[in-house]
Design a binder for this molecule. Structure first.
Ligand code: ADP
Ligand code: MG
Length: 693
């Protein structure tokens, strides 16, 4: 359970004065959560200095000024389009205040004729006349204290102003408790960092521009806290799994040999190399936990199957878990016929498997009649009992988190685990997503694959693109048309896709199909099925086209508004058409304006198909604003740490976490107890809970 000391930080933001019906949603969207702690992790992006207090005659336009003036005259608008103007002066000059669409009464109330006021805002000069539109502050001399000398600026969203968020933040900051120190004392001294509370308060009260930099003392400390929580949580999971002894899986190789004999191809040397690594893990008396990375089409499935056969040769069972129904089915389609030839039973179990079918599978599973079970996470429901599960492959495709891995390890008590992922992941991300997991790479695709002809084309040329497509489809080709990711909401994604679908239907008629995320699984499957069979030749899709879906006949992909996609995502999408041995074409349609990074992304896509290179570039190019690509990737997103700046801290945190668990595996020392608080602070509740069992 969460320690009491953290309760105030996990109170709902509705408890903040000023956050109400209208503001609750925008604020929680902005800060990415509904707890006070989410608000606190929302760090400033700048500061406004209001200490510049010139006489009007000396004031420099373009700067934020605070001036003391008398109200001389009100000039109400003559037409609806005109602003309301108020003339003010000091003994050196004049200034016109400008208000658009503001209630007359409130202006008259705040700026009565003849009154003296302190006014702060951005000064402008228009034809030599000083102006200020919508001053940030208008206060009477008695109220001068209400005008801050400097103000913190936060990233904002529609409906939330700097003033508002500062007000919320001030309240939230009063809730920050003194927390026990979870950092190593010497390290803390050496870094000259403050304690957590001081660091957080200071981070929200930047005094200089330098305080806003990721390398500032405050931000480094907070980033480190977050990274340590991340690394410690992963290390705990790993410790827990590794602590258990495994079984020595050392099959006689008969089934594997038979499979290799019936396959129409020979393994690549990369496949052989990773298989050796996996077999060695399986044979060892320790529990296996390995990550297998391989680009789309690199041939992971067969590697998974061969390693499962090793378990089956030992008379035990193996399972493979996919993130979606479609992918699970696809695994079944690949594996079942091969298993049949080996006289083995492979079955599918998903959330959709119901009634008698499910009953029968469960029975046969517990009797050991089923050798290989394929499914979604429904595989790990309470009532699913294996006779003897020895080996599990998690086909992750980026969708599972640490805690699914945990529940999974609970199932078969000594099962070896292989986690497969389709996107090549840079080393740093491996560390943040998996901790110190051993990993193998398939860094080579089978021979004979033709490179994809990738072209970058402006959206204006869409008519030509459609004409070209028409010719190709007539010639028997099959194509995907991926619709843009729209920033605001999923519904508008859908609207865009539906629109495109309708317009393509006018040209291609029944040969066009549509899949999107809001469709029921059944409908989606049905459309995919028709695309596979070739009844549909052009498939319009939102980005839901599943990572890993296999339609080898599809050789063309059009990606609309490619500039809105992240690199990793583009690479994944393009992977859909890379499977055939025919030449394939990927058309990246872009629209202006094209940001510098978007341009670079498209160039990289045109020039390279090397997933590992693309992944490294992706990480490099992802600035703070480029969250579109990451949002979908499912990678740990950090609030305080930024992998562009805090890589070194990540590595220190990784070492730190290891040391901590070596010295205090149960987190019982004073520092250990403080670290538990840290884990809860960063919402690693699941991980801490493992200590109670
Ligand atoms: P992924 O790594 O994306 O899961 P798959 O395992 O689905 O890739 O393999 C993609 C395609 O390549 C499949 O049709 C598979 O049969 C084929 N394949 C796998 N290994 C080889 C190989 N060594 N030589 C030729 N084709 C292969
Ligand atoms: Mg696959």
């Amino acid at each position: 359970m969460r320690p009491e000391i953290l309760y105030p930080l996990f109170a709902d933001i509705a408890s903040i004065k000023g956050i109400g019906e209208r503001t609750y949603k925008p604020v929680s969207n902005l800060v990415g959560g509904t707890k006070i702690v989410n608000l606190l992790w929302h760090l400033p992006s700048g500061r406004i200095d209001r200490s510049y207090r010139p006489k009007l005659a000396e004031a420099v336009p373009g700067r934020i000024c605070t001036v003391t003036v008398r109200v001389v005259r009100h000039i109400p608008p003559q037409t609806r389009k005109q602003p309301y103007r108020v003339l003010v002066e000091d003994d050196s000059g004049e200034l016109t205040l400008i208000f658009f669409k503001v209630y007359t009464e409130s202006i008259q109330k705040n700026l009565p004729l003849g009154a003296t006021r302190l006014i702060s805002g951005k000064l402008e000069s228009f034809n030599g006349i000083l102006q200020m539109s919508h001053p940030d502050y208008i206060v009477s001399p008695e109220n001068a204290a209400a005008l801050p000398a400097s103000e913190t600026v936060y990233p904002l969203t529609a409906g939330i102003s700097t003033k508002m968020i500062n007000k919320y933040m001030q309240q939230a900051l009063t809730k920050v408790p003194e927390l026990p120190n979870w950092l190593d004392e010497n390290f803390l001294k050496q870094q000259q960092w403050d304690d957590f509370k001081t660091a957080l308060l200071n981070a929200h009260h930047p005094r200089y521009q330098a305080d806003l930099e990721p390398y500032s003392k405050e931000r480094s400390r907070l980033a480190y806290d977050e990274l340590l929580a991340n690394q410690l949580a992963l290390a705990i999971v790993r410790q827990r799994i590794k602590k258990q002894t495994g079984r020595e899986l050392r099959g006689n190789g008969m089934l594997r040999k038979k499979l290799l004999d019936i396959l129409p191809f020979r393994l690549t040397s990369a496949q052989q190399k990773v298989l050796e690594e996996i077999y060695a893990d399986q044979a060892s008396p320790y529990r296996m936990l390995r990550l297998l990375q391989g680009d789309v089409g690199s041939g992971k499935t067969i590697v998974a199957l061969l390693s499962m056969l090793n378990a089956v040769e030992c008379g035990m069972q193996a399972a493979i878990m996919a993130p979606t129904e479609i992918l699970a089915k696809q695994h079944l389609e690949t594996m079942a016929p091969l298993c049949e030839e080996l006289h083995l039973r492979a079955e599918l179990l998903t959330g959709k498997t119901k009634g008698k079918t499910r009953q029968k599978i469960l029975e046969e599973l517990s009797e050991g009649k089923i050798n290989i079970l394929i499914g979604t996470h429904a595989l790990f429901q309470e009532d699913v009992k294996f006779q003897d599960l020895a080996y599990v492959v998690v086909d992750e495709q980026h969708r599972f988190g640490v805690h699914q891995r945990l529940s999974l390890s609970e199932k078969g008590n000594k099962t070896d685990i292989l986690v497969m992922t389709a996107t090549p992941i840079p080393r740093t991300l491996v560390l943040t997503a998996y901790g110190d997991m051993e990993y193998s790479k398939i860094d080579q695709v089978p021979e004979g694959r033709k490179p994809v002809d990738t072209r970058v084309i402006p959206l204006e040329k869409i008519t030509e693109v459609v004409q070209g497509l028409e010719r190709k489809l007539k010639g028997g080709a099959r194509a995907y048309w991926v619709c843009p990711l729209v920033e605001e909401s999923e519904r508008s994604d859908l609207a865009a896709a539906e629109e495109r679908y309708a317009s393509l239907q006018k040209i291609f008629g029944d040969a066009v199909g549509l899949v999107h995320g809001k469709m029921k699984e059944k409908e989606k499957d049905a459309v995919m099925e028709r695309f596979k069979k070739g009844e549909i030749k052009l498939l319009v899709a939102t980005t839901v086209i599943e990572v890993g879906v296999n339609v080898p006949e599809a050789t063309i992909m059009v990606i609309e508004h490619a500039e809105r996609f992240g690199l990793a995502q583009l690479h994944q999408l393009r992977g859909r058409i890379k499977r055939g041995f025919e030449a394939s074409t990927c058309l990246l349609l872009y629209n202006y304006p094209l940001s510098e990074t978007a341009r670079e992304r498209l160039n990289i896509m045109r020039e390279s198909e090397d997933g590992f290179l693309i992944a490294e570039k992706d990480l490099e190019l992802r600035g703070g604003g480029e969250i579109l690509g990451t949002r979908q990737s499912g990678f740990t997103e950090f609030k305080l740490a930024d992998m562009n700046f805090h890589k070194n801290l990540l590595h220190i945190a990784n070492q730190d976490a290891k040391m901590i668990l070596e010295l205090d595996p149960k987190l019982e020392s004073p520092r250990g107890k403080a670290l538990r608080v840290l884990l809860y602070l960063f919402e690693k509740d699941d991980t801490v809970k493992t200590y109670r069992s």
